[in-house]
Design a protein around this ligand. Structure first.
Ligand SMILES: NC(=O)c1ccc[n+]([C@@H]2O[C@H](COP(=O)([O-])OP(=O)(O)OC[C@H]3O[C@@H](n4cnc5c(N)ncnc54)[C@H](O)[C@@H]3O)[C@@H](O)[C@H]2O)c1
Length: 315
């Protein structure tokens, strides 16, 4: 029996690459992309697509029944920077979509869920360096509060209803296929676009703000790896810490200058600085390594080379 998979929020930064990778792996017809808007040509032309508002339980249930879906990847959310501007909308979107999917699994209408968490679950009182899996978590952003609550609910649904939900605390993600959707780490994508188009970038974070980051290929590999791991290997039913690299905007700019020596950077921190200040600088992901063999492949140098190589024909 083939497994039919539904991606919710498929047209976003992660959803696009996740959908394309899953379609390559399993065949386009088995991977149903959905979003409230249409996506890139690649995405729209490589398999089925549904306009679907995941806050609408009945509409979601209907799509799941129609395609006989057994796995859901829930990528719809309002991200950290945008959520500070629309707190209640962010809370409603981030929580209601999660409850809808968790309840469909509780009702045995789907078998397995991937729901992404974030390093935003940590807060200003969390140890900043090598932040452990289990530590103080007092998020000070709307987004972080929604992700931490989401983690608690995932674990609750696993413990009480045996719902097979799996999650990763993604760091800031760097990719070239789709622009980021309103997060605090978006600078680490924008910088490559501007480096190529204008030779200069004004960063919205201070030069020494060190944050955990990851290249998209690693993030997608981690997502597939945790979903394919045998159920008994998944020991964390809240969300796993995940790490690849940590750097400051200044270090990233220096790295880009290695390839584009004339590149210039300036700094004009805005409201996103406060969000970044509340997050860890680096993450300890020993548990993900131990439980499902996680290992990152992209460091900053490889990320810069890959980003500039792929973007140079587009910008
Ligand atoms: N990108 C990152 O750096 C990062 C880091 C940590 C965690 N995450 C998490 O990963 C997930 C995906 O992030 P992303 O960067 O791809 O986000 P994104 O903003 O790029 O994409 C989200 C998608 O969800 C869609 N969407 C919005 N409301 C919807 C609704 N009601 N129903 C269906 N779809 C809806 C949007 O149209 C958009 O295409 C989110 O949960 C996010 O919190 C992302």
């Amino acid at each position: 029996m083939p497994t039919y998979i539904l991606i919710i929020g498929a047209c976003g930064q992660i959803g696009t690459e996740l959908t394309l990778t899953l379609r390559e792996k399993h065949g386009g017809e088995y991977i149903i992309a959905s979003d409230i808007r249409e996506g890139s040509d690649d995405l729209m032309q490589s398999g089925p697509f549904e306009i679907l508002d995941a806050t609408n339980y009945d509409a979601l249930e209907e799509v799941i029944a129609y395609y006989d879906i057994s796995e859901v990847y829930l990528m719809a959310a309002m991200l950290s920077a945008t959520a500070e501007k629309f707190p209640m909308r962010a809370w409603n979107l981030n929580m209601n979509t999660l409850f809808n999917v968790l309840n469909l699994a509780k009702e045995k209408k789907i078998d397995k869920i991937f729901w992404p968490s974030s390093i935003a679950v940590f807060g200003p009182n969390t140890p900043k360096d090598d932040t452990p899996q289990n530590t103080i978590m007092e998020p000070s952003t709307v987004y972080g509060i929604s992700k931490q609550s989401g983690e608690r609910w995932c674990e609750y649904y696993f413990n009480k209803y045996n719902v097979d939900v799996r999650s990763i605390r993604y760091p800031g993600l760097i990719s070239w296929k789709t622009m980021p959707g309103g997060g605090t780490t978006d600078y680490a994508v924008e910088i490559y676009h501007k480096a190529l188009s204008e030779g200069a970038y004004t960063c919205f974070l201070e030069e020494d703000t060190k944050l955990p980051m990851m290249f998209m290929d690693d993030a997608i590999r981690a997502t597939l790896q945790i979903m394919e791991a045998p159920e008994e290997h998944i020991k964390e039913r809240s969300a796993y810490n995940l790490a690849a690299m940590s750097f400051t905007p200044k270090e990233m700019a220096e790295n880009i200058k290695g390839v584009l020596p004339k590149f210039k950077i300036a700094y004009e921190p805005d409201f996103r600085q406060e969000i970044a200040n509340s997050w860890p600088s680096s993450i300890d992901d020993t548990n993900a390594q131990k439980d499902w063999n996680w290992k990152a492949e992209f460091d900053l140098q490889k990320t810069t080379e890959t980003m500039l190589e792929n973007l140079k024909n587009r910008v």
